[in-house]
Design a protein around this ligand. Structure first.
Ligand SMILES: Cc1cc2nc3c(=O)[nH]c(=O)nc-3n(C[C@H](O)[C@H](O)[C@H](O)COP(=O)(O)OP(=O)(O)OC[C@H]3O[C@@H](n4cnc5c(N)ncnc54)[C@H](O)[C@@H]3O)c2cc1C
Length: 390
């Protein structure tokens, strides 16, 4: 039997030597430091922060952002980092994505030069961890209408409200809270060392079946005082934040492709090794059909995110393309995870073989950064010119 084909459409051939080298660095870290240890964290539902902090030593933090210690990567390299992290684990991917993508990205895109210099260098070294608090108990997809308020009193804003599902929210050194001021203007308010702020509480959500090695927080803000200087200077409306969210969608699309690649590799490897009826299960036509389906989906997603990165590099990507990529890649990743779990038989529901963890993690990927439906609607609006939101 020849070596199994892990890269079905020569995705590797699209990459430059520098991109391959960076990918190799991240893959080494994920395979050697994370993979052997992550299942125990997942099973205990313990945040794998010590593992995730190892990413801070790699030249990847802040993605494509330049200056203030950020990595200044090209868009393909930035995507490959997310791909490689999620190829091995979804929880680490979320700790990293919330910190480097959503939190640093908000400051980078919407902060003043002074705010960027104040917060980004320590975040780029991962010595200060970020969180991004938009979702509320009553505002999920309808995030533009958050209920959290920011009332100005002298040199402070006083925040009141509740947030939910906030990744890194129990441990972050900086939390960007999204709220509306008395004039109804939307804004981002940076809470520094939030655990020490009177009126702030964050509790880890329990009973979660996906991404169990990262904690999401329920946050209560009861008259929390934030200095006026901590309001992100260049955010005036939800439209401004939508730019951060749209870029986040590209990241989650790459994350989904990485997860699908991980599932495909696990399934292919297992199918070639596992014998039933005297031969490898990979020799059965029905198993081959599943593997080919996974390979085709993977290749399509790889080509889509690679092209998206090219468009982003040229600065011509559209909101519809970003949503289309997130929706399509996450839906394909969900199918890959289900097929991998199926090909592994009973072993598919055991953590030991790594498919089970990815199988549950993909459910969160499918839902966050805009649910499947919301991204379909954004893409559909761009394709038809007709908005179908209710
Ligand atoms: C693991 C995880 C991590 C997260 N991390 C963060 C974080 O760090 N920070 C943060 O702010 N948020 C975070 N979120 C929240 C996430 O962004 C929301 O879950 C998401 O926006 C969807 O909101 P919801 O879950 O309240 O679903 P809802 O908005 O209540 O939607 C429920 C269902 O209704 C559908 N639906 C809603 N509106 C429409 C419509 N107009 N047309 C058709 N269908 C519709 C949805 O697609 C979905 O299927 C995280 C979520 C998860 C699961």
């Amino acid at each position: 039997m020849s070596t199994p084909l892990y890269d079905p459409f020569d995705f590797d051939g699209l990459l430059t030597p520098e991109q391959r080298a960076l990918r190799g660095q991240v893959r080494d870290f994920m395979e050697t430091a994370v993979k052997p240890a992550i299942n125990d964290y997942w099973e205990r539902a313990e945040i794998a922060l010590d593992l995730a902090l190892g990413l801070g030593k790699l030249p990847i933090m802040g993605g494509t952002m330049q200056g203030h210690g950020c990595a200044g990567l090209d868009s393909v390299s930035d995507g490959l980092v997310k791909y490689e992290v999620c190829r091995v684990d979804g929880s680490i991917s979320t700790i990293f994505g919330v910190h480097s993508g959503l939190a640093m990205g908000s400051i980078g895109l919407l902060g003043s030069k002074e705010q960027q210099e104040r917060w980004l260098p320590a975040m780029a070294r991962m010595v200060r961890l970020g969180a991004f608090a938009l979702t509320e108990p009553e505002r999920g997809s309808d995030a533009a209408h958050v209920l959290t308020t920011a009332r100005q009193v002298g040199q402070h804003y006083v925040l009141n409200g509740r947030k939910r599902w906030i990744g890194n929210g129990t441990i972050a050194d900086l939390i960007i809270v999204w709220a509306r001021d008395e004039g109804g203007r939307f804004g981002g308010f940076v809470l520094e060392d939030p655990a020490q702020l009177p009126g702030f509480t964050a509790t880890a959500m329990t009973g979660k079946i996906s991404k169990r090695a990262v904690h999401q927080a329920e946050i209560t803000l009861d008259e929390v005082h934030v200095p006026v200087a901590n309001r992100l200077a260049n955010c005036n409306s939800f439209r401004d934040l939508a730019r951060v969210l749209a870029l986040g969608r590209a990241g989650v699309a790459w994350e989904a492709v990485g997860l699908a690649a991980g599932c495909y590799e696990i399934a292919l490897d297992y199918a070639c090794r596992r014998e039933q009826f005297g031969k490898p299960i990979a020799s059965f036509q029905l198993v081959q059909a599943k593997l080919v389906e996974m390979a085709a989906d993977l290749a399509q997603s790889q080509l889509m995110v690679w092209r998206l990165a090219e468009l982003m590099e040229a600065g011509t990507e559209t909101a519809g393309q970003l949503s289309l990529a997130k929706q399509s890649c996450a839906a394909k990743a969900r199918r890959a995870a289900a097929l991998a779990r199926e090909i592994l038989g009973a072993n598919g529901i055991l953590l030991d073989h790594h498919a089970a963890r990815l199988f549950t993690d993909v459910e969160a990927t499918y839902t966050y950064e805009g649910t499947n439906e919301i991204n379909l609607l954004i893409a559909g609006r761009e394709l038809t010119g007709i908005g179908a939101f209710v």
